[in-house]
Design a protein. Structure first.
Length: 279
């Protein structure tokens, strides 16, 4: 009798391990924002001046890293991830750093904004996932800087329009802290000899991440043709929405170990105990 009752529990374990998981989308709309506003981190009264205060926020299965630094005198700066619903796509400059150049989110009202400084702009997952992809676009600040130039950065294409400028985002998969692969996406590309093919991304574009395989994190790097003595001159921002991932189920062997343990706990030697959960 004991063997007969344990077998169905093991079968249940195998069935659960083989069940297809549903895709989950991080669309930022679970995060509460007032109209035309953003969240980009917070300083801590207990943190010393000039030291970053690390924080994070969650949407879907993803955790987005952020850090805010208090420089004193009411001055602070952030890096990593923010979330926003600001859509001013005409005002240039740093004061408009939280707006998407598209003038809207890809879905809903909110979207993510990344400012890349060091390794701050990372995404982690509680367990292994298969990343399906995400939607990307430029921020207004970065797009108008590339389109017209500003006090720090050049106009892409230069005065003649023939300069082979570009802004490239590199998305890398992480598994146990080790890179599993990388995918490049050009937020602007003026490298063609045909100037009519030059572009600055101004809509939401899908980036397929499935080639990264099973991962537990993502990291981002940005590079530009416009660099100087102190690094990149182009504003190091991009906007993201609707990151879609699918959780990878536990292997059947682990499910068998778990269900076998449950079976052992449900039976005493020589005595059958009815488990209400199995009725």
């Amino acid at each position: 009798m004991m063997k007969t009752l344990i077998l169905p529990i093991a079968v249940i374990g195998l069935t659960l391990s083989g069940t297809a998981e549903s895709a989950v989308t991080s669309n930022f709309d679970n995060l509460i924002l007032a109209a035309n506003s953003h969240w980009a981190g917070e300083t801590s009264p207990s943190a010393p001046l000039f030291e970053p205060n690390a924080s994070s926020f969650n949407s879907g299965l993803a955790t987005f890293s952020n850090q805010m630094t208090d420089w004193g005198g009411g001055v602070s700066s952030w890096s990593g991830w923010a979330y926003s619903n600001q859509t001013d796509n005409t005002t240039p400059g740093f004061e408009n750093q939280y707006s998407a150049y598209t003038g809207q989110a890809h879905s809903g009202s909110n979207f993510g904004i990344a400012y890349l400084s060091g390794d701050a702009a990372q995404i982690s997952f509680a367990g292994p996932v298969q990343a399906d992809g995400l939607y990307l676009t430029n921020t207004t600040y970065t797009a108008l800087s590339m389109l017209n130039g500003d006090s720090f950065a050049k106009k892409f294409g230069g005065a003649s329009g023939n300069d082979a400028d570009w802004l490239k985002l590199t998305v890398s998969g992480l598994s146990g802290g080790v890179e599993s692969g990388a995918i490049d996406f050009y937020l602007a590309d003026y490298r063609s000899s045909n100037n009519s093919l030059d572009y600055i991304v101004n809509g939401w574009e899908w980036l397929n991440l499935s080639s990264l395989g099973t991962i537990d994190g993502l990291k981002f790097a940005i590079s530009s043709s416009d660099t100087g003595l102190f690094g990149m001159n182009t504003p190091a921002y991009f906007a993201m929405d609707d990151l879609t991932v699918t959780a990878v189920p536990l292997p059947a062997t682990i499910w068998l170990m778990i269900t076998g343990l449950l079976a052992f706990l449900g039976f005493n030697r020589g005595t059958v105990h009815r488990n209400p959960a199995l009725i």
